[in-house]
Design a protein around this ligand. Structure first.
Ligand SMILES: *Cc1c(COP(=O)(O)O)cnc(C)c1O
Length: 422
């Protein structure tokens, strides 16, 4: 089926007489007739469910939908986008290992990598996304387990150089992880561009209604772990899961099965069935919403570019945007998403004033839902960064991040104009 059909119907397909709409299996546990049957579930010989921390039918159908949309072999939903990144990294990294990550990434991910994981002995080597291949390769050693980037960096608005980073990842036999939260599989599919693992904060466009915090890891099934000396954890028996050898026992789903049976089991960062139900319902209209977000954002960006009170606009769909060429190359031709940034003439104070005068657009710690919203990254999401780190992330103090919703574009533009003129 095509991607729009999979948004609406992918994952759950009722059998004769069953509920047409994905039911909420609001149950922590599942009943069996014999201890042997339940033992088979533990051994993964039977694909049934045992305990909702590890898996639940509602969550599972949602995972299958997102795996279909991204073109992966399986997915693992988590309690948040942060938990998705954490699990994906711990799935391959132990203390002493390292990650090479682009420095222009979401502030929460930056902090996870730079502070919490570093403190736990997992080092991240940050690199400028525009660095040439030699410079990036210098950071790689035999303890490098992941190369990490975002399809579109939030809020720097730079598009990931898939060709450069995937060529390096292939050359060294290293996993390439891409956070595709702000592009979504409607606009860009990283697995087709060389990524091996795709991450999402489903809190954003996939839910789309700002109801549920959640995340998901999609396994591309396209990485050869067999015999790769970087990843002994996939080739050696897992003592914590009765001697399972993931590559031998799980084939091309080794990555996602290990993340579930080992890490979701131990860390418990599970998505609840109710959140999976709501997020799945959001995903049913993802294709419609992404086209509307994109059309609205392009109209808003064009209006802002010609406004004399604006110093700079970054929107990937503007021909003048530094990332325009790259987004045309990697995006699927259905638009450039709803995210943009703009800088107001007059510094931090002017930016503040504009935000206070907005009416339709609210100031929220969120992006990528149906309602237009704004945020001042330098004083909120990125305030833990030093001035140098802010510059490295491309965040000026008069920069406003605008997430364009699916209201009428003329109303959004009118709201921005009255705030700029106030
Ligand atoms: C919001 C976000 C995250 C973190 O997700 P949560 O669901 O808030 O934990 C990660 N990456 C990107 C690009 C995000 O926008």
């Amino acid at each position: 089926m095509k991607i729009d059909t999979n948004c609406v119907q992918g994952g759950y397909s009722p059998k004769n007489g069953e509920a047409r709409v994905l039911p909420i299996y609001q149950s922590t546990t599942f009943a069996y007739d014999t201890p042997e049957q339940l033992a088979d579930v533990f051994d993964l010989k039977d694909p049934g469910f045992m305990y909702t921390r590890l898996g639940n039918p509602t969550v599972n159908y949602f995972e299958d939908k997102i795996a279909l949309l991204e073109g992966g072999v399986g997915a693992l939903a988590t309690s948040s986008g942060q938990a998705a990144a954490l699990l994906a990294i711990l799935n391959v990294c132990n203390a002493g290992d390292n990650i090479v990550a682009v420095n222009k990434i979401y502030g929460g991910t930056f902090n996870l990598l730079n502070v919490t994981l570093r403190r736990s002995g997992i080092e991240t080597r940050f690199v400028d996304p525009d660095a040439d291949a030699d410079e990036i390769e210098k950071l790689i050693d035999d303890k490098t387990k992941v190369i990490f980037g975002e399809t579109v960096a939030n809020p720097a608005m730079t598009i990931f150089d898939f060709d450069k980073f995937s060529a390096i990842a292939k050359k060294y036999g290293i996993l390439l992880y891409v956070d595709n939260t702000l592009a979504t599989p409607i606009l860009c599919r990283p697995l087709e561009l060389g990524a091996n693992v795709v991450l999402h904060s489903t809190t954003k466009y996939i839910d789309g209604h700002a109801c549920c915090v959640g995340g998901i890891i999609v396994d591309g099934g396209n990485f050869d772990f067999v015999g790769n000396p970087r990843y002994p954890m996939f080739n050696e028996p897992d003592a914590s899961y009765h001697g399972m050898v993931y590559t031998r026992d799980c084939g091309n789903k080794a990555f996602v099965v290990k993340a579930r049976v080992q890490l979701l089991r131990d860390l418990g960062t599970t998505m609840s069935p109710f959140n999976a139900f709501l997020t799945n319902m959001g995903a049913e209209t993802l294709h419609l919403r992404m086209e509307k977000h994109s059309a609205n954002a392009l109209a808003v960006a064009k209006a802002l570019v010609s406004n004399p009170k604006i110093e700079e606009v970054r929107y990937n769909g503007l021909e003048s945007d530094p990332s325009y060429e790259r987004s045309c190359k990697y995006y699927l031709g259905r638009g450039f998403g709803g995210m943009m940034t703009f800088c107001v003439k007059g510094g931090r104070e002017a930016a503040n004033k504009v935000m206070k005068n907005l009416k339709l657009a609210k100031i929220v710690t969120h992006v990528a839902d149906a309602r237009t919203c704004v945020l001042h990254p330098a004083s909120t999401t990125h305030r833990q960064l030093t001035d140098e780190q802010l510059v490295a992330c491309g965040i000026k103090d008069n920069l406003i991040r605008l997430s364009v919703g699916i209201e009428d574009a003329e109303d959004i533009i009118a709201d921005l104009e009255q705030a700029l003129n106030a």
